[in-house]
Design a protein around this ligand. Structure first.
Ligand code: NCD
Ligand code: ZN
Length: 345
């Protein structure tokens, strides 16, 4: 007997769509299921001004059509002009600003080194209610890569919170029980996104039995107990946790090489995987909050009126292993187990 679940159309609160041939090839994978997405600005060169964000938004809409709403972000640099940020937000061009510590991840070379140099921008954002989205990892070479998120909380996030307590912040793609506990300890103006893949893999998936480049992303997956803490947070019903897939396509040639890029591509099968994870946790009723309600709540946007239905069948869902794009094939994230939930229609 088939089982089904109907919920408001979900949104993706952290997505990489890239540009050019890659954008053309992969944007339909998100637009098929999601109504809106927060679009990451880490292009080469990055999206740093309101005018660049508007032009990028138009390039996305040219591929997806208007059934999908890209919510644009600016890439914070030490040269960001607070007036440009405020104007772009006032004009409805941007929804948020992204903070990458310099060198933390893919295309983050223009990120922030000295956090005091962006104080004026953060103050202006707090005043105008513009959320700051943090890539929460320090880049200090002395800090072990598995500890970089926890150290970021102490060294960067907590000082920003103390100096600008009214700034609304999202800790992006959290990967540790430390981040879960920190978010739970804070008022509601601190939220966190959780990716699909971090609900599924731990660091063994990357390293045991051979190195698996398609499971390598940043922040890197941690120990199993951290994955369990993320599942617990995502399925708890706590409105501060919401879906940001961090679906981050790289052509296979850039992943399967001696120095492979970070990023898992999950847009194609994210909702099937999430339904599986929530079902396994005995919390299917919490999927609606995580994927469709908590994000709009944090961003002060309406929940989508349109609805989608997930159907559970007895035979596994068939989805492509790779998406062919003009920039090369992109491997779709393999959760390592069969999926039975599919999006109807
Ligand atoms: C992202 C990318 O490829 O742009 N990679 C990743 O591993 N998540 C960048 C990011 O979000 O850190
Ligand atoms: Zn990302």
């Amino acid at each position: 007997m088939s089982q089904s679940l109907t919920l408001p159309r979900p949104d993706d609160w952290h997505l990489h769509l890239r540009d050019g041939a890659m954008l053309e090839g992969i944007a339909p994978e998100s637009a098929r299921h999601f109504a809106r997405a927060i679009i990451m600005p880490n292009l080469v060169p990055p999206v740093v001004t309101g005018a660049e964000a508007a032009a990028y938004r138009d390039r996305i809409l040219a591929v997806t059509g208007t059934g999908f709403t890209p919510l644009m972000t600016l890439y914070l640099t030490e040269a960001t002009d607070p007036a440009d940020v405020v104007a772009a937000h006032r004009d409805g061009i941007i929804t948020a600003v992204k903070l990458y510590p310099a060198g933390a991840t893919t295309n983050s070379a223009s990120g922030v080194v000295d956090f005091d140099k962006v104080r004026d921008v953060l103050e202006a954002m707090a005043e105008h209610g513009i959320p700051l989205l943090c890539h929460g990892e320090v880049t200090d070479p002395a800090i072990d890569i598995f500890d970089r998120e926890a150290v970021f909380i102490d060294r960067v996030l907590e000082p920003i919170r103390r100096k600008t307590p009214y700034l609304r912040i999202v800790m992006e793609h959290i990967t540790t029980s430390d981040a879960v506990a920190y978010v739970q300890s804070q008022p509601e103006n601190l939220g966190a996104t959780i990716t699909t893949h971090h609900l599924v893999i731990n660091r063994n998936h990357i390293l045991v039995g051979g190195i698996r480049p398609h499971y390598y992303c940043l922040p890197v997956a941690k120990r199993e107990r951290h994955r369990q803490a993320l599942v617990q947070a995502a399925t708890s019903g706590d409105a501060r946790f919401f879906l940001g897939t961090d679906s981050a396509p790289h052509a296979d040639a850039a992943k399967e090489t001696a120095c492979g890029c970070a990023g898992c591509f999950t847009a194609t099968n994210t909702l099937s995987i999430l339904a599986h994870v929530f079902e396994q946790a005995g919390a299917l009723d919490k999927l609606e909050g995580f994927a469709a309600r908590n994000g709009p709540g944090f961003y002060r946007l309406p929940v989508n009126e349109d609805r989608i239905t997930l159907v559970r069948s007895d035979s596994p869902v068939v989805y492509p292993d790779k998406i062919e794009t003009g920039a090369g094939p992109v491997t779709v994230f393999d959760p390592g187990f069969p999926l039975y939930w599919r999006v109807a229609g």
